[in-house]
Design a protein around this ligand. Structure first.
Ligand SMILES: [Zn+2]
Length: 473
């Protein structure tokens, strides 16, 4: 019944929405060194200041939580029903932007380009205007709504930890910081370091070093080994075989009797390791084909490969292959690896379906690694997050999405974690449309303007649906 009014209202605000989004994108809000009263640095504090001015202009009651988050309330005098969470910090930028500079927003062909347009300043503006619409249209909500804009989502969400250290969760929450239609299941995660020390093998041929991976949550796209005393013929034969079998590219160069071998695989996010080709495990497999003099180090490298075989991404060899219908299969990624003649260290990232727990996951992996002679870092897994798909929250949000897109959306399960991972009744809702790659975290990040405006409309309808409306007097 309010849909038409909301549509007209948002249509009348399009220009101002774009201007407001541009004003936020112009602020470089990457995390920097903490300053007194500015826990995430200057840029983060100034973007919050700009955000709170926009909230005030929209007629919300605002509060700044010591530059961790800002909040804006609609109907603050009423019992709170809904929190909408978005964030104004951004990830680093590269030199490779071509459409425009990352902090100089530009509209081209119906898309606005700039760092943060999709993640997450655009969605924050859509949520703000959704609240402004409800306010200006004087829709008499039964219960209150709060917009929470944080400034440390990209570096661990300590902003929310601070906020929820003093405030209660609303009965329902959503974050427009991912994809439409809706994400109701986020797998659990286990990141662990394992290591071993051993006696140096001095006999030739031998392995001097192996290195690969920069971040545990990324499938390593490159790995490098330095070996000594291996003949060129043997290396050529092994490299040819590896290139064919393992879908990698191999290069090497010789200098001062040593050979540097470089393997190029395909990098991917650790939550979808089957989309990548792990250069570290490919390199270990290549090394295994070469006749190195037996020593403890070589033996340990072979054990690593036997636990993280090249091409295996489901944890079978660590004894934790598992899956369930709602979340899919467990994933395993050896993300970082380092070997030197007396020591090796690896770090893996596993994403765990809701059927997983510390008993059938953490304990099992630790035991298998220890039995193979590795010391394993202690610590428990991060628990999966799941909201019932038949709940009021999920059903009403999906209905609002369907009303605008005609798409009967199914809730999604993902391996990554969103801003609401630790909230009991929170889901991710928007703003990337299915099939659109908005280059979030990459170069030339953009948001389609139609998606921005439609998201604001969807969110305004969602607020009305979730908070309810007073009977007319
Ligand atoms: Zn984000």
């Amino acid at each position: 019944m309010y849909k038409e009014k909301i549509d007209q209202y948002i249509d009348s605000q399009k220009e101002q929405m774009v201007e407001d989004l541009k004003s936020l994108v112009r602020i470089d809000s990457q995390k920097t060194e903490a300053k007194p009263g500015k826990p995430f640095g200057e840029g983060a504090a100034s973007v919050l200041e700009a955000g709170i001015r926009l909230m005030e202009r929209a007629g919300l009651s605002t509060r700044n939580y010591e530059n961790y988050v800002i909040v804006g309330d609609l109907y603050p005098e009423k019992e709170k029903q809904l929190d909408i969470l978005a964030h104004l910090d951004v990830v680093p930028v590269s030199e490779d932007w071509t459409v425009t500079a990352p902090f100089d927003p530009k509209v081209v062909d119906g898309k606005i380009y700039g760092r943060g347009t999709a993640d997450d300043k655009g969605p924050a503006i859509a949520a703000l205007y959704a609240m402004k619409a409800v306010k200006d249209l004087e829709i008499p909500l039964k219960k209150g709504v709060r917009l929470i804009l944080g400034s440390d989502e990209e570096c661990g969400s300590s902003d929310l930890e601070y906020y929820y250290g003093q405030e209660k969760e609303a009965p329902m929450s959503f974050t427009p910081d991912a994809d439409f239609p809706l994400i109701n299941l986020e797998k659990g995660a286990l990141h662990k370091t394992f290591e071993a020390s051993f006696e140096e093998g001095k006999e030739l041929p031998r392995i001097l070093s192996v290195d690969g991976g920069l971040k545990v949550n990324v499938v390593p796209g490159k790995a490098v080994a330095v070996v000594e005393g291996i003949s060129k013929d043997l290396l050529v034969a092994a490299a040819n075989e590896a290139e064919q079998e393992q879908h990698v590219q191999i290069q090497w160069e010789e200098a001062e009797g040593k050979t540097k071998i470089e393997v190029k695989g395909v990098s991917a996010h650790a939550s979808t390791p089957d989309q990548g080709v792990n250069a570290v495990t490919a390199l270990l497999k290549l090394l295994q084909k070469l006749p190195f003099a037996p020593c403890a180090g070589v033996e340990k490298l072979n054990r690593v490969l036997s636990l993280f075989p090249h091409g295996e991404t489901d944890g079978t060899s660590l004894g934790v292959k598992m899956e369930d219908e709602i979340s899919g299969a467990l994933t395993m990624n050896l993300g970082i690896f380092h070997f030197e003649p007396t020591h090796l260290e690896g770090m893996f990232d596993s994403r765990i379906p809701v059927c997983g727990n510390d008993e059938n996951m953490t304990k099992v992996v630790t035991k298998v690694l220890e039995e193979n002679g590795f010391a394993v870092e202690s610590g428990m897994m991060s628990q999966p997050h799941y909201v019932d798909p038949s709940s009021d929250l999920v059903q009403k949000l999906l209905a609002c999405f369907e009303a605008y897109t005609g798409i009967q959306g199914q809730p999604l399960a993902i391996g990554g974690g969103t801003y609401v991972h630790h909230l009991k009744n929170g889901v991710a809702f928007g703003c990337a449309m299915p099939g659109v790659d908005n280059a979030m975290h990459g170069d030339n990040e953009f948001m389609e303007l139609d998606t921005l405006f439609m998201s604001a409309k969807i969110f305004a309808n969602a607020i009305v649906a979730l908070c309810g409306v007073e009977e007319e007097k």
